[in-house]
Design a protein around this ligand. Structure first.
Ligand SMILES: Nc1ncnc2c1ncn2[C@@H]1O[C@H](COP(=O)(O)OP(=O)(O)OP(=O)(O)O)[C@@H](O)[C@H]1O
Ligand SMILES: [Mg+2]
Length: 572
């Protein structure tokens, strides 16, 4: 049985095309649903297609196209109409649009290989059995499918383009942000080396306020020596890239800015130069630091040199200082015999005058007996005076000799054969006056060989250590005198000197410091703290011997000196 329903014809397709032509917005989709609703005279019509997000839905009578993120109803239609152009459904209600209709037909539009679109028409009056209607629907589908496809493709291409443009803009902004936040100069220059881009740090480095002052100018204008830039650009062209190339740019007020440039010559696929791109780091402050360092090094070396000079001067001066200390004692030593020599001289003068008187005695004067008795007495006195004076002269001569032997050193003193025992003896002799009220000295000098040494300096060391011992003992309030024991012994290829005292000892906390220059526990003006540091220098460095200390608080201190018999190696 053929149903008689009048089928919309080609005019419908023409009207649809006109609607699309009039409106290139999505509202044309709603117009399409409305035309079909009217032309087929049905209560419900709509169009929809699937998007990655859900469904784009164009209901006849709807206020605007809308996106349904999920729709089981539409999913069902898509499932059932798979592979077919026309599909019958029903009864169904289009959710949100009118009451249920008994008979539905779906026309599948081929929008693309993967995206079908759908037109749905619903009515309850009669099923979709009319061949004319079905053919008409198919025709309409054939005509509007390509149009709808083009529209959708254009729409998604536009959307894609907008998205890409947005991405590109974001990308560009991000890059520009990075470039601008860089503390280093970043630039690009065209193949003729004209600047086409520079960042903020770069303008700052060059002392430029706005880009107009540099964009389009030759890069060489901003090099401290324009020729340097030409050399750099040539190298860059030849090698393709540069890493940390040292170059000076022209900074604010034409001042040179020391830089390291890393850059690339960007080429196209055919190897043609497109532009130069580079990052330039300002290292002026490092250069300055390096120069300061070099300067500091130089003055350090100079200071070191001065220190060495001062040190040898100090050795000399310390010696003079302690001789100065000794001078008072020595003066006293000489003064004693000198004063009785003087009084003896006076006495002898008187005796001789008396003898003259007696010798010229006239007759009648005291008798011969008295005369010879008195003369005997005077001769006896004179004998005593001579003996005593002889002693006095010996003492003075000895002191002078000891002093000479003690201080025979001079800065230029050469290494020569030195008798350690004799050195100790003469040192003690000159120091006698400083020691005698405070300590007894006991010596136990062994049978030791002569050594190759600068004797004056060794004596100096012995004196320093002995005087330290005296001062240490003297610092204690003891009724009894202290004891200083000095011994020598042969010790293989060395000679050992031990100087021991029974003073207060050295606290463990400071014992490691006593050889440091200027370390002293003595009151200001009493000690410079140089004695032991100079002693160390003389023994360990000049003579290649060793000097060590052992001490026990409350018991005393021993200094042990070992000196090589052969002295230091001769090349030194
Ligand atoms: N025999 C000792 N007993 C106790 N302490 C000592 C003895 N010898 C040295 N010291 C300690 O070592 C310190 C350093 O001695 P050093 O001879 O270098 O300097 P100083 O005697 O203080 O001064 P200077 O010798 O220059 O006049 C002394 O201040 C003292 O504290
Ligand atoms: Mg000292």
């Amino acid at each position: 049985m053929e149903l008689t329903t009048a089928a919309p014809g080609l005019e419908t397709a023409a009207e649809l095309c006109a609607a699309f032509g009039k409106d290139d917005s999505e509202f044309a989709g709603i117009a399409l649903a409305e035309i079909l609703k009217r032309r087929f005279n049905v209560p419900a019509a709509a169009a929809f297609y699937k998007t990655p997000l859900g469904f784009r839905f164009f209901p006849a009578g709807g206020p605007e196209p809308k996106t349904l993120y999920r729709s089981e109803w539409m999913d069902g239609i898509i499932r059932q109409s798979a592979g077919k152009t026309l599909t019958d459904f029903g009864p169904w209600a289009m959710p949100g649009y009118g009451p249920p209709e008994k008979f539905w037909i779906t026309l599948t539009l081929k929008l693309s290989k993967t995206t079908p679109g759908y037109i749905i028409l619903g009515r309850s009056s009669e099923p979709w059995q009319s061949r004319a209607e079905r053919d008409s629907l198919k025709k309409i589908g054939e005509i509007i499918s390509p149009i709808a496809r083009m529209r959708i493709e254009k729409r998604s291409a536009d959307a894609e383009k907008t998205k890409k443009e947005l991405q590109l803009t974001n990308e560009r902004n991000r890059l520009q942000g990075l470039i601008d936040s860089s503390p280093d100069l970043i630039y690009a220059a065209d193949p003729k080396d004209h600047i086409i881009n520079i960042n903020r740090a770069g303008m700052q480095l060059l002392g430029i306020k706005n880009p107009g002052e540099i964009i389009g100018k030759k890069a060489s204008e901003f090099a401290f020596n324009p020729g340097d830039r030409a050399v750099l650009a040539k190298k860059l062209r030849e090698e393709g890239f540069l890493r940390n190339y040292a170059i000076r740019l022209k900074g604010k007020n034409g001042r040179p800015v020391y830089c390291l440039e890393s850059s690339t010559a960007v080429t196209d696929a055919g190897g043609k130069l497109i532009e130069y791109q580079g990052i330039i780091k300002d290292i002026t402050s490092y250069v300055a630091i390096e120069q300061e360092l070099k300067e500091a090094n130089r003055s350090l070396a100079q200071a070191n040199e001065n220190l060495k000079k001062t040190q040898s001067l100090m050795v000399h001066q310390e010696k003079l200082a302690s001789i100065g200390q000794l001078a008072a004692g020595i003066a006293h030593e000489i003064n004693n015999p000198l004063s009785f020599l003087k009084s003896n001289y006076g006495a002898a003068e008187n005796y001789i005058a008396r003898l003259k008187t007696l010798a010229g005695t006239a007759p009648g004067s005291p008798d011969g007996d008295t005369k010879s008795r008195e003369m005997d007495r005077i001769f006896g006195e004179l004998d005593d005076i001579y003996r005593e004076s002889g002693d006095g002269f010996d003492r003075i001569i000895n002191i002078i000799r000891d002093l000479g032997s003690f201080s025979r050193s001079s800065e230029t003193e050469d290494f020569s054969q030195y008798d350690v025992n004799e050195g100790i003896r003469s040192t003690l002799a000159v120091a006698r006056n400083g020691i005698k009220d405070i300590a007894r000295v006991k010596t136990k000098l062994g049978n030791v060989p002569m050594i190759r040494a600068r004797g004056g300096e060794i004596n100096q060391v012995i004196l320093n250590i002995v005087m330290n011992a005296v001062q240490a003992i003297g610092s204690e309030k003891n009724a009894e005198k202290g004891l200083i024991e000095i011994s020598t012994q042969a010790n293989g290829p060395q000679v050992r000197i031990i100087i021991r005292d029974n003073g207060p000892g050295i606290p463990p906390a400071v014992i490691s410091k006593i050889f440091d220059p200027f370390f002293t526990t003595k009151d200001p003006g009493k000690g410079t703290g140089l004695g032991l540091s100079i002693s160390y220098h003389i023994i360990a460095e000049k003579h290649r011997g060793s000097i060590t200390v052992q001490s026990k608080e409350g018991k005393g201190t021993s200094f042990i000196i070992d000196l090589p018999v052969n002295g230091p190696p001769k090349t030194e």
